[in-house]
Write a protein that binds this ligand. Structure first.
Ligand SMILES: [Zn+2]
Length: 305
């Protein structure tokens, strides 16, 4: 291991002078290993250490991993919560999804739930998914999916009106390369939507190493709002809108309390999440208004490379 790998290199400025800011184990499945977040204060971006290879990370994505399964808490989610999400997406103070329907590529599409939603809104959807299990679920839903790594996937250049990366960038091994590829696939002036946990949010600062959205070691990179903006701008995207996702805060806070009490979050997330989201939804409103939500979604426009 080189000194750079040991200290962690910032994906943006390349410095190896990152600070150790958090340390935790896998909160979801309790799989072995201790991991640290090394943070570049200048860029507002962090990375998980030790940095695992994709092969090493496989064991942390068992078949029980929610976003890969066809039948999850998302499909059981209550009508009330669906309504809240839809209302927030369309009419929220800073709705990022008010993009005209066209061709949409969902990178890291998981079980295809988001694709289904966007298809209903009139988009022609395609997915990319590295998990063969999740890819099969998407095919069963009847949507086209490229099964494999986005960076090596064969896709038409300058062909998409929207590329979406919902909770993908924090899982990948090279955020810059992934954004560069998205840039190549988008038409001139078309849109990229990136959703990530917000490392600079109140839930993150309050719960520290117990913040459930750290998701070590599955989350390989960590972004503060300013860091994500800086990274997108460095990859030739112009920021149009940043939304703080109020509907995510209740779940983030409840799950973090569970992590703090030393319990695994996998079964809890599946059983109680829909209920908690509805009951504690109001908690998310002040956080969202204060721009302190646990999740952010950024709408940006492709500019000339
Ligand atoms: Zn940096």
């Amino acid at each position: 291991m080189t000194d750079g790998e040991a200290r962690g290199q910032c994906p943006l400025c390349g410095t190896t002078k990152c600070l150790e800011v958090r340390e935790a184990s896998d909160p979801r499945f309790g799989l072995p290993g201790r991991f640290k977040v090394l943070w570049c204060p200048k860029c507002d971006i962090g990375s998980t250490h030790p940095r695992l290879t994709w092969t090493e990370l496989q064991r942390y994505y068992p078949d029980a991993y929610d976003p890969y399964r066809g039948h999850t808490w998302l499909s059981e989610i209550s009508r009330v919560h669906r309504f809240l999400i839809a209302a927030e997406d369309r009419f929220g103070a800073a709705a990022t999804d008010r993009v005209r329907p066209g061709t949409l590529l969902d990178v890291g599409c998981g079980n295809g739930a988001y694709m289904a939603e966007m298809a209903q809104r009139g988009f022609t959807v395609t997915g990319v998914e590295i998990s063969p299990l999740a890819s099969k679920v998407v095919m069963k839903r009847g949507f086209p999916v490229v099964s494999g790594d986005f960076l090596t996937a064969t896709l038409p250049r300058e062909a998409f009106d929207v590329v979406t990366m919902n909770h993908y960038l924090e899982h990948c091994l090279d955020p810059r390369a992934n954004l560069k590829k998205a840039h190549e696939l988008l038409k001139e002036g078309s849109h990229l939507i990136v959703g990530v946990p917000n490392f600079s949010s109140w839930p993150s600062r309050h719960f520290g190493s117990h913040w459930s959205d750290l998701e070590l070691p599955r989350h390989t990179f960590h972004f503060g709002q300013a860091g994500l903006v800086r990274l997108l701008e460095a990859c030739e995207f112009r920021i149009q809108n940043i939304r703080h996702v109020a509907t995510a805060d209740a779940g983030s806070i409840a799950t973090s309390l569970l992590v703090k009490s030393g319990k695994r979050t996998d079964t809890f997330v599946q059983r109680l999440y829909p209920f908690l989201h509805v009951v504690f939804y109001p908690l998310g409103i002040p956080l969202s208004l204060l721009r302190e939500s646990a999740w952010i979604r950024v709408l940006s426009e492709k500019t000339k490379a």
